[in-house]
Write a protein that binds this ligand. Structure first.
Ligand SMILES: [Zn+2]
Length: 463
């Protein structure tokens, strides 16, 4: 079947902004982009007020975290938690999720999060999760989203002592073998929609021998690796103490500073480390809202100055990728003290072509013949955009996910006229919310929710 899209504007990072184009989609690919209206027997989508873009790619996310911690990990005050938020709330709750949620519940919560992403123009997502949360893979498939699932490996599990300091213990299994099983079950190959990669949690929680093994296994399977790097001072101190060097140098020495590796955060990296990442051709996914939540700016202006391949991720704070892109753009301006840091075209390039290249996909991220038909369209007809002087700035400065009218992956329409076609959105939302509520009740029963946090819940935490 052939589909012709006739938007008011089309944009991609190589061809720039175009008007009056007709985009022909056939067999999952963009067959042609022409200025003459094609005389084809085809279904047509005529949208003179709309901006057509390559589908947005979320380069670092934890789908379950957004619904799990929504509203409860925000506005943390001194004394609310016994230690660092990662060790006293996020990781312990992650442990309970891993042991107490059924596969069905994990799937329901993940699907609810993915639905939110899809509705903001996200057609692809790199998600990092514990191996037990594998139902994520099936739900992403069911919604029709492109996914790169990178389950965690650990050779040391991170916990917390009563005084709030982190502790490390040996797990029974690292997760490596389980990832190979998932790969055999679900991976669709280098050009597939569903991909399985490796997600070593960090250079502090994975021994060098395991990281080297992951590097070799990923190369052999032509798949990606994603790892948190210079995420927090505890990681940096531990790597320094054990190996006598910085996290980035350490990753280079174990083979994981190269194309095909997506580093997450780079929050505490030095300028020399950013330059090393850029020089090695690795990519960096930055997640501005995740750190803003604890009062910090991610160093976007410095990352940009280093010229590294930058992508943007939501890290499981929100799945609204459009909101995250706006945040990134605003933060970069504030940090650089200029009005041009991470402009609208620049930030859209990060979320489209650069993210695609970071994932080794030169057939994604452009509105051009031969590319996969992963496309989204935002209607700019409403008052919040009018008059449309510059559609890219209108979208990044004033845009709302609610104005997404079309989303497709390999030509399959997932959302049309604002309605999700691949799922019953109301039912997904109901089931996802119920799964998360039960999780918090179970965590409270086990005494895992600090009292000051428990007080905030607007639903009964017991029963
Ligand atoms: Zn992360």
């Amino acid at each position: 079947m052939t589909l012709v899209i006739e938007p008011g504007w089309a944009w991609d990072a190589e061809n720039g902004l175009r008007t009056g184009v007709h985009v022909v989609v056939r067999d999952g690919r963009i067959a042609d982009v022409v200025t003459e209206r094609p005389t084809l027997d085809a279904e047509r989508i005529v949208a003179p007020d709309a901006l057509l873009l390559p589908g947005l790619i979320n380069l670092h996310n934890h789908a379950l975290s957004a619904p799990l911690f929504r509203g409860l990990a925000d506005d943390i005050a001194p004394g609310d938690l016994p230690g660092h938020i990662v060790f006293s709330l996020l990781m312990p709750l992650g442990d309970i999720v891993a042991s107490a949620m059924t596969e069905e519940e994990i799937g329901d919560a993940a699907e609810m999060a993915l639905l939110e992403g899809l509705r903001s123009g996200m057609t692809g997502v790199l998600d990092v999760f514990r191996v037990a949360q594998w139902p994520f893979v099936e739900r992403a498939k069911r919604l029709g989203l492109r996914s790169w699932s990178c389950p965690y490996t650990f050779s040391d599990l991170v916990g917390m002592a009563p005084d709030g300091t982190p502790t490390w213990t040996r797990p029974e299994a690292t997760g490596f073998e389980a990832i190979l099983d998932l790969f055999d079950r679900y991976d669709e190959g280098p050009r597939g929609v569903t991909r399985i990669g490796f997600g070593p949690h960090g250079p502090d929680s994975n021994e060098p021998a395991l990281l080297r093994r992951i590097d070799a296994a990923a190369r052999e399977r032509n798949t990606i690796v994603s790892i948190h790097a210079t995420q927090n001072p505890i990681e940096i101190a531990r790597v320094k103490q054990r190996y006598g060097k910085g996290s980035i140098e350490h990753l280079r020495d174990v083979g994981l500073l190269r194309p095909g590796v997506v580093l997450a955060h780079g929050m505490f990296a030095t300028d020399e480390e950013f330059a090393a990442i850029a020089g090695a051709g690795a990519a960096l996914a930055s997640c501005p809202l995740a750190f803003a939540r604890s009062g910090r700016f991610v160093p976007l202006a410095r990352m940009e100055a280093a010229g590294l391949r930058l992508g943007i991720g939501t890290d499981g704070v929100t799945l609204d990728l459009l909101q995250e892109l706006r945040t990134a753009s605003v933060f970069a301006k504030v940090q650089s003290g200029t009005s041009h840091g991470l402009s609208a075209p620049r930030i859209l390039r990060a979320a489209t072509r650069d993210a695609a290249l970071a994932l080794g996909r030169d057939d994604l991220g452009l509105v051009a013949p031969g590319q996969c038909a992963d496309l989204v369209m935002f209607d700019l007809g409403s008052s919040r955009y009018q008059p449309v002087w510059d559609p890219l700035r209108a979208l990044i400065t004033n845009g709302s996910a609610a104005d997404l009218t079309l989303a497709m992956v390999e030509g399959r329409v997932l959302l049309r006229d604002g309605r999700v076609l691949t799922a019953d959105a109301a039912s997904v939302t109901r089931r996802g919310a119920a799964a998360i509520r039960r999780m918090w009740q179970e965590a409270a029963r086990r005494g895992a929710i600090p009292a000051a946090i428990a007080e905030r819940a607007s639903f009964p935490l017991r029963g």
